[in-house]
Design a protein around this ligand. Structure first.
Ligand SMILES: [Fe+2]
Length: 402
């Protein structure tokens, strides 16, 4: 048999299709992750940031006006680049500058925690899990039902709308979970987040490689600090640039990757009202609260693309109902301001599918039926009362059924 020529070998390597899936039998390359994480971020790449600490760009939002469209799109450009191919994480200082609002919301959270503690048995938690923390699952819905006015203010935040839109585009869905960690609360182990980050390695290996990449584009992970988080209280540990490691969903559970994470992670102190946002594929872990007297409080935000599946079920309709009068009043004063549209984006579905196309025909000029969001905006413009808008949204839902 003739020997294989160099040309044949080269041709074979070119035409050889890559493996469709990652395998638990092919170890991910730690050397590749090390190379990726050896990069250094520069302020030249992100001219609007105030500075870069431990490879994490920091933005002081007091310096910017979210309603200035030139600034807003320049910031969105930088945030997108950071999440996509840069360090994968950034801090928004003073995202919530109204501390009184956060104190009020903390009071609402505490009521929910007290109520759940007295009325329910054991709660599942993949966080600290040692009795040193309090957790509110679906704090988004519970907050809105418990105290509509502070919910309305909190989710009218135009920075939240801007950062969500930067990574996910329109039609995003917000879910939120509160985490309160008392002194002695332990650290998490390194992980990636939802979707594939919540599966076993064996389950992950069943998804084609392209879906490993796609997962990170379907969620924006964030947190709002509801207390100060000084050094030693366990602010999130982060491994900048690690979202770019293609084998990451297969790798983070392996001991050598955990060791590398523990030797290289960074964490930044935060102040109450600061936001931190990161690519869900970034290697990260909550830190341990080493203090003796400091309670760390955060509202975790997991914002989903219109094309993804959220981790929790959120029904915006009862929230819209409770906030309708306040929303109308605000609209009457401000029109479609950044805050009004931010709130509408937070509570009404911006994506009209899945639906029933026999019943719901395309809106004029498009191929898709009108979304709940479009209906809400029309209702504000046409001064509908609460009954009319709730009836219209219910009708959309009824008509969308199979
Ligand atoms: Fe996480």
């Amino acid at each position: 048999m003739p020997a294989t020529t160099a040309t044949e070998t080269l041709y074979a390597s070119i035409t050889q299709p890559p493996n469709r899936v990652h395998s638990t039998n092919r170890p991910p390359s730690l050397a590749t992750l090390k190379t990726i994480c050896s990069e250094t971020a520069s302020t030249k790449q992100y001219p609007h940031c105030e500075g870069i600490e431990s490879n994490v760009p920091i933005y002081n939002l007091l310096k910017f006006d979210p309603t200035d469209s030139t600034t807003a799109s320049a910031l969105q450009e930088e945030w997108y680049n950071i999440l996509h191919s840069g360090p994968g994480v950034f801090v928004l200082r003073n995202m919530y500058s109204d501390k009184a609002l956060l104190e009020k919301v903390n009071g609402v959270f505490q009521k929910i925690i007290d109520h759940e503690r007295s009325s329910s048995a054991k709660k599942g938690d993949h966080f600290a899990g040692n009795g040193k923390n309090d957790r509110i699952w679906n704090s988004f819905s519970k907050h809105g039902l418990q105290d509509p006015m502070s919910f309305f203010e909190y989710y009218s935040n135009s920075w939240l709308a801007l950062v969500s839109d930067a990574w996910l585009g329109p039609g995003y869905c917000i879910t939120a979970q509160v985490n309160i960690v008392r002194p002695g609360g332990e650290a998490q182990t390194v992980h990636r987040d939802y979707h594939l980050g919540f599966q076993t390695a064996e389950e992950c290996a069943r998804y084609p490689k392209a879906m490993h990449n796609a997962s990170q584009f379907l969620t924006l992970q964030g947190a709002v600090a509801h207390s100060d988080m000084p050094n030693g209280t366990g602010s999130t540990r982060l491994l900048p640039f690690s979202q770019r490691f293609e084998e990451g969903f297969m790798a983070y559970r392996l001991p050598e990757f955990n060791e590398f994470f523990l030797s290289k992670y960074v964490s930044l102190p935060l102040s109450m009202g600061d936001g931190i946002f990161f690519n869900p594929a970034l290697f990260h872990a909550a830190g341990n609260n080493q203090s003796t007297d400091f309670v760390r409080k955060a509202n975790l935000l997991q914002i989903s693309s219109a094309f993804g599946k959220t981790m929790e079920t959120v029904d915006g309709l009862p929230l819209l109902e409770r906030c309708w009068d306040a929303l109308k009043q605000k609209y009457d004063v401000e029109g479609f301001s950044a805050e009004v549209t931010a709130f509408v984006s937070a509570v009404a579905a911006g994506y009209p599918f899945p639906t029933n196309l026999d019943v719901r025909t395309a809106a004029p000029g498009g191929l898709a039926p009108e979304s709940e969001q479009q209906t809400v905006l029309k209702a504000l413009q046409e001064n509908w009362d609460k009954q009319e808008i709730i009836g219209a949204i219910n009708q959309i839902r009824e008509d969308s059924r199979a």
